[in-house]
Design a protein around this ligand. Structure first.
Ligand code: NDP
Length: 502
């Protein structure tokens, strides 16, 4: 299986080849700019390990230029001063531009991130225009309220009061590497729709689609300085978060970095939203047919090679069906074909980087040393690139690192439970609380479980289903704030009360 050659690789689009060969710069103030100092980051193809591009590593001077360009665009009214309907029109054109260049963007995402071209085409890039149009439509829906002022009123005087939502200013958007363009858009779209201006910093390992995105936004008519793009590493991110002209930080990534950012922004009380890690449970009650349960476990645990903050990495299965479930899951996982993301038939693709592959395999080794049993996978396929064989682990006690720490790879643990109280206790026994899923056809049990699961999203008989209309974010250490819906725009605004005496 390891050496199986793909039936056919997706031929690389000539526009992708041309883009990769470019000399990449920083997009600041509506134009490509040379970085202040020559420092480059290598960008790898995870399927081969080869360097496919080099991008600038922005330093503090570059960050300053980008933030100042965003601040100038905020204060000169070029964006904020436009009627909301005009901002909406430009954002809709931005969505059209992404749609028109979808195949190029999808291939770039796959070559840079390693993911399946199917996921890039249908989720990352294919899902983007609909999401963008949904958020663009909210530009004209951001409203305040009229208020009755009577309790605090001066006797005899009359007051009319109302609230306004006003854009916060310059937004620092820091995106991760698992869905680079998609999560970048989850940040920049509501920020722009609310009237803010943005500096986006993608992950240093997956900067390519964001570079293209900045260019497409400008082509769509976004005024200069409204969206700026800087590539760089963790130090670049820190300089951006610390910049005094930044009014809001929106971050998706690890809980550890999220906490560091929260500490950095606390000093100036900069508004901060954090979408962080998950160690998400899926609970399979005994009435679920094994086929359905295994299908759900594959979707929840192995989609995008498990590099999903919402992934179900802890599977809890009713004792009555546990043995049959593990047997069927192992057979299904062992049967998955491994290959590069550009091979549309490959079901398991490389993880994002050599460092991440080593981290994932290190977590598996720790689990083995801690006494857990690896019943599928657990090793590296014998091929170049950053592959990890999909892995199923049993006999992992609740205190083991593998049961508590996010692995963010194609690795799940499976644990039996005897009754509902135990299932809930195990599911909630985590410092995180991003998502959970419950698999049963028993409506009463659904209604019992849902309020007791500590997670920002609970799916019933599904996992990893996201929609722009459905708020998404974490309980506990999985974050602060919500993506999607009108609430996501409100996170980029201040609420002002206006009270008029007459
Ligand atoms: P990080 O959380 O370290 O990085 C995410 C983003 O933050 C990147 O753009 C990164 O830049 C930037 N960054 C790093 N340090 C700082 C800082 N101090 N201030 C501001 N920005 C910073 O994730 P990693 O890429 O290191 O992945 C580590 C783990 O995080 C994974 O194994 C996984 O468990 C989790 N993760 C969770 C994600 C989610 O969706 N919730 C997504 C990705 C990872 P740069 O890449 O240049 O260092």
């Amino acid at each position: 299986m390891d050496q199986a050659q793909p039936a056919s690789l997706t031929p690389t689009d000539p526009r992708v080849t041309a883009f990769l060969a470019r000399r990449h710069q920083l997009f600041i103030g509506g134009a490509w700019r040379e970085p202040a100092a020559v420092a480059l980051l290598d960008v790898h193809d995870p399927a081969t390990g080869e360097v496919i591009a080099r991008v600038p590593c922005a330093n503090a001077q570059d960050v300053d230029a980008a933030v100042k360009a965003a601040a100038e665009a905020f204060t000169n009214g070029a964006w904020t001063g436009l009627p909301p309907a005009e901002r909406e029109r430009i954002l809709l054109r931005f969505a059209d531009a992404v749609e028109a260049n979808a195949e190029e963007l999808a291939q770039l995402e796959t070559l840079n991130q390693g993911k399946s071209i199917n996921i890039a085409r249908h989720v990352d890039i294919g899902g983007a225009p609909a999401y963008m149009r949904y958020i663009a439509g909210l530009t004209t829906k951001l409203t305040g309220e009229t208020l009755d002022v009577s309790i605090g009123a001066i006797p005899g005087a009359k007051f009319t009061a109302y609230t306004r939502r006003e854009p916060l200013g310059v937004v620092a958007a820091i995106a991760p590497w698992n869905f680079p363009m998609m999560i970048g858009l989850w940040k920049i779209m509501p920020a722009l729709a609310a009237g803010c201006t943005v500096v986006l910093k993608p992950s240093e390992v997956t900067p390519l689609t964001s570079l293209r995105l900045a260019e497409l936004a400008a082509e769509a008519g976004l005024p200069a300085g409204v969206l700026n793009l800087i590539t760089g590493d963790g130090a670049t991110g820190r300089a951006l978060v610390d910049h005094p002209l930044v009014s809001k930080v929106t971050f998706t990534g690890s809980t550890e970095t999220g906490k560091a950012i929260a500490l950095a922004t606390a000093g100036r009380l900069v508004r901060t939203s954090l979408e962080l890690g998950g160690k998400n449970p899926a609970i399979f009650l005994k009435d679920v047919p094994i086929d359905q349960a295994v299908g759900g476990a594959l979707l929840g645990g192995f989609f995008n090679n498990g590099q999903v903050c919402a992934a179900s990495s802890r599977l809890y299965v009713a004792r009555e069906t546990y043995g049959a479930f593990v047997e069927a899951l192992v057979a299904a996982v062992d049967g998955l074909s491994i290959g590069p993301g550009m091979d549309a038939s490959a079901q398991v693709n490389p993880v994002v980087s050599a460092a991440h592959r080593d981290k994932v395999i290190g977590s598996i080794e720790t689990a083995r040393r801690d006494g857990a049993r690896i019943v599928a996978g657990g090793d590296l396929p014998n091929r170049p690139g950053y592959y990890v064989r999909p892995t199923v682990i049993v006999d992992a006690g609740p205190d083991l690192a593998i049961s508590r720490q996010e692995v963010f790879g194609p690795v799940v643990t499976v644990t039996a439970f005897d009754d509902e109280a135990e299932a809930l206790r195990l599911a909630n026994d985590t410092s995180m609380g991003l998502t959970a899923s419950l698999w049963t056809n028993d409506l009463k049990k659904v209604l019992d479980y849902v309020p007791r699961l500590q997670a920002g999203t609970v799916w019933v008989n599904s996992h990893n289903v996201l929609d722009p209309n459905m708020p998404f974010g974490g309980f506990k250490e999985s974050g602060i704030g919500r993506d999607f819906g009108l609430a996501s725009l409100e996170g980029y605004t201040e609420l002002k009360s206006v009270c008029m005496a007459h």
